[in-house]
Design a protein around this ligand. Structure first.
Ligand code: PBG
Length: 329
């Protein structure tokens, strides 16, 4: 090889073996980065696998601790709880029931696994008979301001039951400020809000809606979720929520929106979470089941890409398996 005036720079030198690669590795994922979404429901002895999400279960409260202990064994310390209530009605009133399924789940986890950090989903769509994220007017249109009160009630009741953090996923305008005030007035000044600030109207939520029984009975969520074509608006939405008092912002889904994630993180400089949603998970699972991809390799690559784009934490259904793979090296 001909050397010029300067020593030839050969990046490949640092790619030769794992120990060399370690010197230049910029992004490292670990179990501490993962938040596991968990679906809880009433009843006994239930552990129902969601058909479109192999390996993900809806569990009844008596089986909850098995799931929590499994997560802790893998090194995952964050859960995001979604409730599937026994009763649904027009306004989703079981969402703020003191003995609702999520509230009971918080008490159980707090008592039996104090090392687990509990985040609760705040939304109406799992609790309303029509499956929309709020109260409807006579035309079937979600009423923004009327819904704020319901969401605040839900958040306060979850905090009272022991949630460490609340995560509003509804996308109503002004909800963060309203909820912050309600939490403060109720004495929960120390409960942070993780806002689904930048949430797109996405086809990738399909399997989740099976999992949470929350498919809208009519219409869709485009009136309150964002247009996939917009990135400036996504950054703006994050800033609005920060101004209203959000402690953590979010981009959802993750993989089709890595550019948005990168911008939200670099421009807000706020803690930013990415939600690697149900459809993203199901696609990987389906291809892996067919033997078309190497699941371990693909999952770790995807999670690394989400962190590299700017996520401080990742909400992912892959959390258990990924944590195990990372531990085995
Ligand atoms: C509730 C909510 C949804 C998801 C999280 N919270 C569904 C939706 O907005 O339609 C989707 C999560 C996933 O697909 O994994 N509003």
């Amino acid at each position: 090889m001909e050397y010029g005036k300067f020593p030839a720079y050969r990046p490949r030198r640092m790619r030769n073996g794992e120990l060399a690669r370690n010197f230049i590795r910029e992004t490292v994922i670990s179990a501490d980065d993962f938040i596991y979404p968990l679906f809880v429901k009433p009843g006994e002895g239930k552990r129902d696998e969601i058909p479109s999400m192999p390996g993900v279960f809806q569990v009844s409260l008596d089986n909850l601790m098995d799931e929590i202990n499994e997560l802790l064994d893998c090194g995952v310390h964050y859960v995001l709880l979604f409730g599937i209530p026994a009763e649904k009605d027009e306004i989703g009133s079981s969402a703020w029931d003191e003995h609702g399924v999520v509230q009971e789940a918080c008490r159980i986890i707090r008592a039996q696994a104090p090392e687990m950090y509990i985040i609760t989903d705040v939304c109406m769509c799992e609790y309303t008979s029509h499956g929309h994220c709020g109260k409807l007017d006579e035309h079937g249109y979600v009423m923004n301001d009327e819904t704020l009160k319901l969401l605040a009630n839900e958040a306060v009741s979850q905090a009272a039951a022991g949630a460490h953090m609340v995560a509003p996923s509804d996308m109503m305008d002004g909800r963060i400020q309203f909820m912050r005030r309600a939490l403060d007035d109720a004495g929960y000044q120390n409960v942070p809000i993780m806002s689904y600030s930048t949430k797109y109207a996405s086809g990738f939520y399909g399997p989740f809606r099976d999992a949470a029984d929350s498919t809208p009975a009519f219409g869709d969520r485009r009136a309150y979720q964002m247009d996939p074509a917009n990135v400036e608006e996504g950054v703006r939405e994050a800033f609005y929520d920060i101004a209203e008092g959000a402690d953590v912002v979010m981009v959802k889904p993750a993989l089709p929106y890595l550019d948005v994630l990168q911008r939200v993180k670099s421009e807000t400089k706020f803690p930013t979470v990415a939600y690697n949603v149900s459809g993203e998970y199901s696609m990987v699972k389906a291809a892996a089941a067919k033997g078309w991809i190497d699941e371990k390799r693909v999952v770790l690559e995807l999670l690394t890409s989400i962190k590299r784009a700017g996520a401080d934490m990742i909400i992912t259904y892959h959390a258990k398996e990924a944590a195990r793979w990372l531990a085995e090296g």
